[in-house]
Ligand binder design. Structure first.
Ligand SMILES: [Zn+2]
Length: 242
């Protein structure tokens, strides 16, 4: 039985977690839509119809509306009055801003992680790159793109700061949309060897070189962007999620 003080503390902790968006990550509908965006199965400009999603996910429209509101807040979905919700189509300028934000955030994450990482963290990072390599070898393009984004998220998660993890999550999801919109089709996602290089430099404790490699990696991804416009495509929501 909790005392009144403990109950109040528990309530306070819970609401802080909610403010940071930690609990919401558990919503499987949110996760599945985000994964579909990260894997390029849901492309920019796709209309997200509430009734259809409610029927595909066998839930009510209120719950779908809540998930869409969260994705809108994160910039992954754009809501147009009287027209509905669409997967966002970041502009070239949005893309530049997102890379700019990542060049500020990621060196800070690496700086923190180098100080506190243990051998197990490095083992997990190398294991993640091995998964990326396996997906690439299998030719599983969807998984390669998602796993590439998740490498950067894993670094943020190891830093264990919920606001920074949330920020990295948003930036990584938006980067996936940008890669789909602007990347040349033959250069999907992050090159594996650059991820390995970043890990090894962190492992050596060479902070300056690790940060230079991480910034160079972002510059490299940004340099592959081109300005061709995406093609219009009809998307069958029930085929993606059904
Ligand atoms: Zn990368």
């Amino acid at each position: 039985m909790l005392t009144e003080k403990e109950t109040s503390r528990a309530r306070k902790t819970r609401s802080t977690r909610q403010i940071l968006g930690v609990d919401d990550h558990a919503d499987p509908i949110y996760e599945r839509i985000l994964t579909a965006v990260m894997e390029h199965r849901l492309v920019p400009g796709t209309r997200l119809v509430e009734e259809k999603l409610a029927s595909v996910f066998k839930t009510n429209r209120t719950r779908i509306r809540k998930v869409l509101a969260r994705l809108t807040h994160e910039g992954i979905v754009t809501t147009i009055p009287n027209r509905g919700a669409f997967v966002a189509s970041p502009s070239v300028q949005d893309a530049r801003h997102i890379f700019e934000a990542r060049r500020i955030l990621e060196p800070a994450l690496i700086r923190t992680l180098v100080v506190r990482a243990n051998p197990d963290d490095f083992r997990r990072l190398h294991a993640h790159v091995a998964k990326e390599r396996a997906a690439r070898d299998k030719g599983d393009k969807h998984a390669v793109i998602r796993l590439s984004g998740e490498f950067h998220l894993l670094i943020a998660e190891m830093v264990a700061s919920p606001p920074l993890t949330r920020l990295m999550r948003e930036l990584a999801s938006l980067t996936c949309l940008i890669i789909l919109l602007f990347d040349s089709p033959n250069v999907p996602a992050c090159p594996n060897h650059e991820h390995t290089e970043i890990i090894e430099l962190m492992q050596k404790g060479d902070l300056d070189a690790a940060i230079a490699a991480a910034v160079g990696h972002l510059d490299h991804i940004e340099a592959t962007l081109d300005l061709s416009l995406p093609e219009d495509a009809e998307v069958d929501l029930s085929a993606i999620f059904g």
